[in-house]
Design a protein around this ligand. Structure first.
Ligand SMILES: Nc1ncnc2c1ncn2[C@@H]1O[C@H](COP(=O)(O)OP(=O)(O)OP(=O)(O)O)[C@@H](O)[C@H]1O
Ligand SMILES: C[C@@](O)(CCOP(=O)(O)OP(=O)(O)O)CC(=O)O
Length: 304
């Protein structure tokens, strides 16, 4: 690696996912382990998605990241966890055309530059962290020739943002909460592929592009600490709903799918109100939309 005049790049695109049985609450904040299973639908990549380019070069002096054109700090534990986990699984990379040969052991000394763009509002309740961290992990894994299967990669993306583990798969996806203290069994699995339910159309109505006042991370922390309803929900309600939702997806039973989705979303917002001080994610426009759409018997999957 004496020659410093080379650069190797990988670009990937990852869609966001919308939870139909929601994740809200962690049992481990560092490893990002949830208090209940969740199920989501991954959107088509051409709609709401993240595009991330990761590059490596011997001339880079430190790891750096730009989000939507602005440099952000990689110091946070979440970015560091993803980088560390992927680096520890890196393999040899050969690019004969460019005359590049990176040995497994070189990856610890090389730095990466990351540029990521969301084609939808960031931190506004449309799961930008899901698409963002899934895309980051996927593109880094490609760059470093990581050979793990998708489930293992989902467990790494989970350490960036919980919902990100579900965006590693298309179609209908379940995040199994797992029981192990080290998080090894907390990962996403695909329930059904993107072609399973072709006539299901998801409409995303963006009622505000403004950044949420309470991030999901701090919101769920406050709910875990103060909401009795959340603990009832995670133990008594979600396990049954997960089974019912899996059945509704398997049999393409739209009335059940729609009812479960709306009921779960309403309970999620009820938990937010039960949190002290209460969290308000819906605004007047979203309330009016939910009412209007229920009049037309159409399903609106509320993202938050
Ligand atoms: N493309 C990206 N690459 C890496 N990190 C990202 C990307 N987009 C967003 N993030 C991270 O995710 C954070 C936003 O996460 P947050 O959970 O608050 O909002 P959201 O994911 O848009 O909404 P929600 O999860 O509530 O639906 C950003 O502040 C940033 O740290
Ligand atoms: C309401 C949700 O969208 C919350 C998503 O929360 P995040 O995955 O963004 O939270 P962190 O794990 O702290 O990054 C429900 C869901 O996607 O299941």
């Amino acid at each position: 690696m004496a020659n410093k005049n080379w650069i190797l790049m990988v670009t990937a695109q990852t869609p966001t996912n919308i939870a139909v049985i929601k994740y809200w609450g962690k049992r481990d904040e560092t490893l990002i382990l949830p208090i209940n299973d969740s199920i989501s639908v991954t959107l088509d990549p051409e709609h709401l998605c993240t595009t991330t380019t990761v590059a490596v070069s011997p001339s880079f002096e430190s790891d750096k990241m730009w989000l939507n054109g602005k440099e952000i700090s990689l110091a946070g534990g979440r970015y560091q966890s993803c980088l560390r986990e992927i680096r520890s699984r890196a393999n040899d990379v050969e690019d004969e055309e460019k005359g590049i040969s990176i040995k497994k052991q070189d990856w610890d000394k090389l730095h990466v530059h990351i540029a990521s763009f969301n084609n939808f509002p960031t931190a506004a309740g449309l799961a930008s962290s899901a698409a963002g961290f899934a895309c980051l992990v996927y593109s880094l894994a490609k760059l470093m020739n990581v050979k793990e299967e998708q489930g293992k990669l989902s467990a790494i993306a989970r350490q960036g943002s919980g919902s990100a583990c579900r965006s590693l798969f298309g179609g209908f996806v379940k995040w199994i909460m797992g029981n192990e203290a080290n998080g090894s069994d907390s990962m996403a699995v695909q329930l059904a592929s993107e072609t399973h339910w072709d006539d299901l159309v998801i409409i995303i109505a963006v009622v505000s592009s403004r950044q949420k006042e309470t991030s999901s991370t701090s919101g769920m922390r406050e709910s875990v600490d103060t909401s009795p309803l959340l603990h009832y929900r995670s133990k008594e309600v979600v396990p049954k709903r997960i089974l019912q939702m899996e059945e509704a997806i398997k049999t393409r039973d739209f009335p059940s799918f729609a009812k479960l989705t709306c009921t779960d979303s309403n309970q999620f917002h009820a938990v937010c109100l039960d949190t002290s001080p209460p969290i308000f994610y819906m605004n007047d426009t979203s309330h009016r939309q939910v009412l209007l759409l229920s009049c037309f018997s159409v399903l609106l999957i509320t993202t938050l």
